[in-house]
Design a protein around this ligand. Structure first.
Ligand code: NAD
Ligand code: UDP
Length: 318
């Protein structure tokens, strides 16, 4: 018999958080969504307000939260470089103070807690593809450090709470994920390219476009989240979640232009500092412990994402 749980999702009005809230509600849980709307939006969760089991709280995770729940998914943190670099001190606070507050809450109420960590803990990797055992190559002083080191410190806190306070933890290292509910001005590559292509504006490739990423569609990722949360206490992670099929940024630009039938040209802009040259998850552990691997390949996911942005842009021009 399925037991209804009360689940807290921080960052629940963001891209991934809103899809996670929807999935948890559809499974029959009570969901409490916490967000300060820094990069998230009420639009992403407007359709969930009809569920009587859904509750929304405006709250900044850098401040303590007192609430009774069975499980916590900690997703609150801006994920796009332009947004997390906008106020880097606040980004570190969100990752570190946010983790301390959510872990403190989990400890008090003995809740199971999930952390949305990132492939950025590997920095600009010199091991390829990246297994969880790789310690990474992060510049601790660079412009990405507020995010990378904040997330690394959050992982440290999760494992110390696990060792010291026997907390049940689940740490996922998420690789580039895309899909509907990304903000049109989010600044990450997939949403930028689709929005530019739909507006027939130049596609902005940073550097030569020979750097690579591996893109996962959100539905696959959310399935991975839920499977990880359901594992036994012996599985703590970190576990990589992402699609191991790798593309260069130029290939992505060409694919988006072709799929949208756009007249956009490709323009080349300076490569931001510390931009990782390559990234591909080794998902051996996810296959083994979660029986999980992505099912949706790039063009399928792009098709749905393009349709979403097309609708969004036509509504905003009405
Ligand atoms: P997003 O920016 O759409 O969502 C983040 C959400 O957190 C937003 O709703 C934002 O308003 C909220 N938030 C930010 N600071 C907060 C604070 N101090 N208090 C409360 N809420 C706050 O990004 P996303 O892609 O949905 O990412 C969700 C999580 O997954 C993040 O922790 C991110 O680091 C992680 N992640 C995402 C990806 C990806 O490719 N999407 C990759 C690696 C890691
Ligand atoms: N990028 C790009 N044009 C854009 C946005 C991003 O060429 O308009 C590049 C960026 O330099 C990086 C890759 O696309 O090499 C992925 O960037 P994103 O910000 O999506 O995520 P990252 O993996 O770098 O955190």
């Amino acid at each position: 018999m399925y037991m209804q749980k009360r689940v807290l999702v921080t960052g629940g009005a963001g891209f991934l958080g809103s899809h996670l809230c929807e999935r948890l509600l559809r499974e029959g849980n009570e969901v409490i969504c916490v967000d300060n709307y820094f990069t998230g939006s009420k639009r992403n969760i407007a359709h969930l307000l009809d569920f009587k089991e859904f509750e929304l709280i405006r709250h900044d995770v850098t401040f303590p939260l007192y609430i009774e729940v069975d499980e916590i998914y900690n997703l609150a943190c801006p994920a796009s470089p332009i947004h997390y670099q906008h106020d880097p001190v606040q980004t570190t606070k969100t990752s570190v103070h946010g983790a301390i507050n959510m872990l403190g809450l989990a400890k008090r109420i003995r809740a199971k807690i999930f952390q949305a960590s990132t492939s950025e803990v590997y920095g600009d990797p010199d091991v390829h593809p990246q297994p969880e055992s790789y310690w990474g190559n992060v510049n601790p002083l660079g412009i990405r450090a507020c995010y990378d080191e904040g997330k690394r410190c959050a992982e440290t806190l999760f494992f110390d709470y696990h060792r010291q306070h026997k907390l049940r933890i689940k740490v996922a290292r998420i690789f580039n994920t895309y899909g509907p509910h990304m903000h049109p001005n989010d600044g990450r590559v997939v949403s930028n390219f689709i929005v530019q292509a739909l507006k027939n504006e130049p596609i902005t490739i940073y550097g030569k476009g020979d750097q690579s990423r591996s893109f996962c569609y959100y539905e696959d990722l959310i399935e991975g989240f839920v499977r990880l949360m359901k594992t036994g206490d012996e599985i703590t992670g970190p576990i990589n979640l992402g699609n191991p099929v790798e593309f260069t940024i130029k290939q992505l630009a060409e694919t988006v232009v072709r799929m949208t039938g756009s007249s956009s040209s490709l323009v080349y802009k300076p490569l931001p500092a510390d931009d990782p040259k390559q990234r591909q998850p080794d998902i051996t552990l996810a296959r083994k412990h979660l029986d999980w691997e992505p099912a949706i390949q790039l063009e399928q996911g792009l098709e749905k994402t393009i349709r979403y942005f097309d609708k969004l842009l036509s509504e905003s021009s009405d």
